[in-house]
Design a protein around this ligand. Structure first.
Ligand code: UDP
Length: 318
């Protein structure tokens, strides 16, 4: 199989690259390195079956298509993961985020039509915004502020979803959508601003853990290996064509609990620095993974404590 992964140098993209290579696939990684890091591809670059193309998915793909056709490596599967995904990243690159998810998704869908290949679009739990329904099922339409600071991410991901379904309905595309809930693990950037990486780095450095608001807001944290397994099953499944599938860990924690757990694992006293709430910060988030269980036989296996230990090892070594 030939797999083209956009956002290949990113946190999740690079884990997908490694897993598809381990399974014997030919992998083409595309990334503009706006937030991804080439170091994430160090292992992949040692493999003859891996090719890296430095390109922006939001601009015309003629060069990418020509190069792959010249080489005779035509994808059977496109995984569209290129987008800044951490709040601090999409606040810094709001227009690039909107373009990766709108124009970038358009290019991916057109390329999939050109090669007659399958597509998986990586969307997000942010499609549900600050949800009024709990836990979130795929048939919930969400509660999103279309003009707030997160809109560059939320609304462009939602546009990407709408475009993907339009290609399924009007052009018969073999496409599916996943909504990824908070995911963590090795290769997160220590300063990506996400809560898990931030708390681990602060605790390792003996600094107080910054909690936005009173810490009662919840998230559900999925270890990256579990997520990658779910993505690969979803991409391999005929039954997911034209479907939306939540992928995440349904175990829900308050941010205050997470701070406590990280401190306990590291054996350091918990010191908290309370900061004002972030605008439009969702108050509760937990996936209903009934569809993934039914269609893919998938559910996360790695406990929060185990996943955090593995992530801490990575941060200690990096
Ligand atoms: N958060 C926090 N302290 C931090 C970073 C994040 O309290 O240093 C909170 C943030 O306000 C949010 C949750 O943790 O309620 C998850 O934030 P993150 O940026 O990881 O991702 P989000 O789920 O908001 O996209």
């Amino acid at each position: 199989m030939v797999v083209l992964i956009t956002g290949a140098a990113g946190f999740i993209g690079s884990h997908l690259v490694d897993r598809y290579l381990a399974d014997g696939s030919v992998v083409i990684g595309v990334d503009n390195l706006i937030t991804g890091g080439e170091a994430n591809l160090a292992r992949a670059r040692e493999n003859d079956r891996f090719t890296f193309i430095h390109a922006d998915v939001a601009v015309p793909w003629d060069g990418v298509i020509d190069e792959l056709e010249r080489r005779g490596t035509l994808p059977n599967l496109i995984l569209h993961f290129a987008s800044p995904a951490s709040p601090i990243d999409y606040f810094e690159f709001p227009v690039a985020t909107m373009m990766a998810n709108s124009a970038g998704t358009h290019r991916c869908l057109d390329a999939a039509a050109h090669w007659n290949c399958r597509l998986l679009y990586a969307s997000t739990s942010e499609s549900y915004g600050d949800p009024l329904v709990h836990p979130q099922r795929e048939d919930y339409w969400g509660n999103v502020n279309p003009v707030g600071p997160r809109a560059c991410y939320d609304e462009s991901k939602r546009f990407g979803e709408a475009l993907t379904m339009t290609y399924v309905r009007s052009a018969g595309a073999d496409a599916r959508i996943i909504r990824i809930f908070n995911t963590y693990g090795p290769r997160m950037r220590p300063k990506d601003g996400r809560v898990v990486s931030t708390f681990i780095m602060q605790a390792l450095q003996g600094e107080p853990l910054t909690i936005y608001g009173d810490g009662s807001q919840t998230r559900s944290f999925c270890y990256v290996d579990d997520l990658v397994e779910g993505i690969m099953r979803c991409a391999a499944s005929d039954a997911t064509r034209g479907r939306v599938v939540n992928l995440g860990n349904p175990e829900e924690y308050t941010i205050a609990q997470l701070a406590q757990i990280v401190s306990e694992i590291l054996g350091v006293p918990l010191h908290v620095d309370n900061r004002p709430s972030r605008e439009d910060d969702p108050t509760r988030r937990k996936p209903d993974i009934g569809v993934a269980r039914e269609l893919l036989g998938w559910e996360p296996k790695i406990s929060c404590a185990d996943g955090l230990r593995r992530t801490i090892e990575y941060f200690r070594g990096s």
